[in-house]
Design a protein around this ligand. Structure first.
Ligand code: BMA
Length: 322
């Protein structure tokens, strides 16, 4: 956990008893915030220099999905480049990429790593690194197709890099559980283990169709705190909500606690209406050790933020766990 940074924050609104609450000025990024965009959503931010950098999913007006870099002083007001990221070869030959979406970013050891859903004969996990958010080096895809929601841990675990992911299909995937994989070098991944499965409908229906890792896990004294999305299939299609899990620090395949009650579900107008209604899709979290700001895509159209206190969220998980 980074204890020096000043993260975006707004106190809990009066009368609110929820474990997390929305920023009053949501959405922080609008769908047309850059000239080419149809929508800007499911995006990731990290502390960078004396401010913040982000990797944003922007679908253009041909609805081609790509990732763009942006910078901010306060992590709320963003300047997003008008052109998508151009990659150079990293640890392999340049890989085809029919599309790129749903980025995550984390600092590991000496550089920032970006993972995203990469179109290579179907969706799989693309990877790249950058030192400066100016030059980007695309590496081997982590897995075979089909896979989505690849999220790296911010440090090695027992000497190896670790990534969560969600094996899927080539379409809108009516199933999906969260797995963990390990790598000695960020290129070859193995030791795949199941971490969490969907919940039984009768126990926690909001996450009974599929689940996927959301934010880069945050190290706390009690475990890795990770925000994830859970999906229910309704008569109008999928509904995406946000929960959290606390994973064992030494063996993150072991779930200590996991949301039975969701932390945030579509309810605000910008979550209910958009290109895909009823979507809350977390992709990043900024944490100062005490407070957390979670960045999520809303209705596949805009970017929004929700706040909470780490100890309250962990406490809530303990008392509302599956
Ligand atoms: C998933 C991905 C996400 C999207 C979600 C809801 O399969 O495509 O990018 O937010 O569906 O449409």
């Amino acid at each position: 956990m980074n204890t020096k940074i000043s993260i975006p924050w707004e106190d809990r609104p009066e009368g609110c008893n929820e474990p997390m609450w929305r920023y009053s000025k949501n959405p922080i990024i609008g769908r047309y915030d850059i000239p080419v965009s149809n929508s800007i959503f499911n995006s990731a931010v990290v502390p960078f220099g004396d401010g913040f950098a982000g990797v944003f999913r922007c679908d253009n007006r041909a609805v081609q999905m790509n990732i763009f870099v942006g910078f901010s002083k306060d992590a709320l007001h963003w300047d997003i480049n008008h052109e998508p990221i151009v990659f150079e070869p990293g640890n392999t030959d340049m890989i085809d990429s029919d599309y790129k979406y749903d980025p995550r970013v984390t600092w590991i050891e000496d550089r920032y790593w970006i993972t995203w859903c990469n179109g290579y004969h179907g969706p799989t996990i693309g990877m790249a690194y950058t030192f400066d958010f100016k030059r980007f080096y695309q590496c081997e895809n982590a897995f075979l197709p089909f896979n989505r929601n690849g999220v790296l841990f911010p440090e090695r675990i027992n000497g190896k890099y670790a990534m969560l992911s969600r094996p899927s299909d080539n379409g809108h995937t009516p199933f999906g559980d969260i797995y963990i994989s390990y790598s000695p070098d960020m290129k070859y991944w193995g030791e795949h283990r199941c971490v969490m499965k969907v919940a039984p409908f009768e126990d926690s229906a909001w996450q009974c169709t599929k689940i996927g890792a959301g934010s880069v896990p945050i190290r706390t004294s009690e475990g890795w705190l990770m925000f994830y999305h859970g999906v229910i299939t309704t008569c109008n299609g999928f509904r995406y909500s946000m929960g959290a899990a606390l994973l064992d620090l030494d063996n993150p395949a072991k779930v200590l606690y996991r949301s039975k009650d969701y932390l945030l579900a579509p309810a605000a107008p910008y979550e209910l209406a958009g290109d895909v209604p009823n979507v809350v899709f977390p992709c990043a979290a900024l944490c100062d050790g005490e407070k957390v700001a979670v960045y999520y895509g809303a209705a596949d159209t805009v970017v929004a933020v929700a706040f909470g206190y780490v100890d309250e969220i962990i406490n809530y998980l303990k008392h509302h766990s599956l």
